[in-house]
Design a protein. Structure first.
Length: 104
């Protein structure tokens, strides 16, 4: 896999994340690693991705999440032209996600 961010330090970060066992460990680790603002930004992006894949319109996404249209556009570009990770992971989560996720 070719990646713009792949290096030894990023491997350390991602390898550490893969060792997390449950939600409590995730909360603790990310609270230690990130600022509250960084966590909120990531949370908003994953929520926007979910809503886009549920075919929600930009105005509804902006209204329900409080993000700007630039964030919605950025996440949409990732969905359209990125590595397909949002679809793959939401599909893997299956019933734990509310609503139908567009798969293609």
């Amino acid at each position: 896999m070719k990646s713009k961010i792949k290096n030894e330090n990023t491997d350390l970060l991602f390898g550490t994340i893969l060792e997390l066992k449950d939600l409590d460990e995730c909360y603790a680790f990310f609270e230690d690693l990130c600022t509250v603002s960084e966590i909120k930004s990531m949370t908003q992006r994953i929520t926007v991705a979910k809503m886009l894949l549920q075919k929600k319109v930009y105005t509804e996404i902006v209204s329900k999440t409080g993000v700007g249209t630039a964030t919605v556009s950025r996440v949409n570009r990732s969905i359209q032209y990125g590595c397909n990770s949002y679809r793959k992971l939401f599909r893997r989560m299956g019933d734990r996600i509310d609503g139908n996720i567009e798969t293609e």
